[in-house]
Each structure stands twice: as C-alpha cells, then as structure tokens.
Design a protein around this ligand. Structure first.
Ligand SMILES: [Zn+2]
Length: 269
C-alpha cells in the first residue's frame, strides 16, 4: 500500500478529488486528518504522532474496514492483512463486484484435536486467502509484541474462524502455566504472524498461514532452518509451550521435524 493507493481509497469514499500523484500534500492530509479524528476512538492514543504516510495508511484501513475489506487492526502499518484488503479492494474496483465469500459448514465447530491434515486444507477450510481465513479472532490474555515492530503490542489477532477458539484456549493455558517472566524469556509474547497469504517459506505450495491455520512465535530466535540446539523454543524449558498446543490438537514442526520451531499449526503435516 503506497500513497497513491491511499489517495485512491480516499477518492472512493469521496474524501479526495485531487490528483492521484502519491504526494500527501495539504488536501490529502486534511482529508486524512479529518477521518482519523472522527474515528479516533478506534485508534491507538498516539495516532497523532504517526508520520504522514502512516496516517494515510491508517485512514485507508478505516475505509477498507468500514467497507468490509479489512479485518485487521487500525494501526497504520502495512502487514499481510492490509495488503490482502487492498488486493480485494482493487479487484472490486476493476470488476465492480466483491470477491465471492465463503462460509464453513457445521462440521467446523469441530472437536479439539481433530483439525485434519494439511493435504486436505482447501476442502475442509475453504480456499486459501478467502475471508474465512481471517474471520476468526484470537484473544490473548497478555500483550503480544509484533516481531517486526517490537514497539507495537496487540492483544488479539486474526485467524481462520474454525480455530480461533482453540488458539484462544491455548493462550489462556500459556498465561496460566507460565509466569510473565517466563513468557518474556521464552519469547512467547513475540508474535510472528498468523494469517498471511503466501507460499511455504522456501517452497512453491501455499503455506498453512495462507489459511490462517498457523501461528509463528519469536521468528528471529527460531529461524526456519535452525534445529533444537539453536532455536530458543527447542530448549527443554519451552516444552510446556508445545504440550499446550498439542493438547489443543495442534502440531509443532519443531517437535515433528526439528526445524521451524517458531511455528505451530492446527492441521497435521
Ligand atoms: Zn509459520
């Protein structure tokens, strides 16, 4: 999402009639500031300190969210959800209709520990990147720091609607079984992402993240190719973390394959 996208989105809402030139000048910024002020109750307290670019993105997120394209937080930061919402919006502008929505059937209010397998994801959870993949909301009883922006904390995030309750339950167990200090030492509060429309890292097939069925934790200290001797979460004091996810029927690639210790997923490999 760049400044031109922001201007296009403002124009779509009727808040901007100037040129789509990517320059956030007086007219663009006035429209952005007005919108942010009107929705200030939904924004972080410090939003007035954001850079002009970030304010623009925040205003675009507000419009995309009110138009049901965006389900992420109004934080002025471009993550996967913002990028995805922009793609959906652009598709809507060019085709005149919304990308078709998809709803799960009743089997998805399913039993703990029976999330199916990775090979069956599309059939069971709907197409990757569909709205159901980020319609769920995981509530976390402690603050998570964004791995790519440690100054920013969140207490909930989007995931596939079928697994939100399970992930919320897992985080509640984490809060009950680890002290705040342990959570910080192990980096369980460093959130590396959940829903993301992308291929597997180093692969050509879609990731479980593209379905909102996986969560990454502390990616910097648990890099993809690191095994248990190097990854922080591969050490024995983290074993309860994985016990908890397994108790919810999830799987750790670290435990299963001794790599990607940052990653847990609902479906089985
Ligand atoms: Zn992952």
């Amino acid at each position: 999402m760049n400044n031109k996208d922001v201007q296009r989105i403002l124009r779509h809402r009727g808040l901007y009639s100037g040129a789509i030139d990517g320059i956030l000048g007086r007219i663009s910024m006035s429209a952005i500031a007005t919108l942010l002020y009107q929705r200030r109750a939904k924004l972080p307290n410090n939003y007035e300190m954001w850079s002009n670019e970030r304010k623009g993105i925040g205003a675009a997120q507000i419009i995309l969210s009110e138009d049901k394209f965006y389900t992420g937080t109004l934080d002025g930061l471009v993550g996967y959800e913002t990028t995805y919402a922009l793609e959906q919006f652009n598709e809507f502008l060019s085709s005149g209709k919304r990308p078709s929505s998809w709803r799960p059937d009743d089997t998805f209010t399913s039993t703990v520990g029976k999330w199916g397998s990775q090979s069956d994801m599309a059939r069971r959870y709907g197409p990757a990147g569909g709205p159901q993949c980020f319609a769920g909301r995981v509530q976390v009883p402690f603050k998570l720091k964004l791995a790519w922006n440690l100054d920013t904390t969140i207490s909930s995030f989007s995931c596939h609607e079928a697994i939100a309750r399970s992930a919320t339950a897992a985080y509640e167990k984490v809060a009950n079984e680890f002290s705040t200090q342990q959570i910080q030492e192990l980096g369980l509060n460093i959130w590396g992402g959940c829903y993301a429309f992308r291929n597997k890292r180093g692969g050509s097939t879609l990731s479980t993240h593209a379905y909102g069925l996986a969560i990454d934790t502390d990616p910097l200290r648990n890099q993809l190719r690191w095994n248990a001797t190097r990854a922080r979460l591969g050490k024995s004091d983290a074993s309860k973390w994985f016990d908890i996810w397994e108790s919810e029927g999830w799987q750790s690639l670290g435990r299963y394959r001794d790599f990607d210790w940052m990653h847990v997923q609902a479906v089985k490999v």
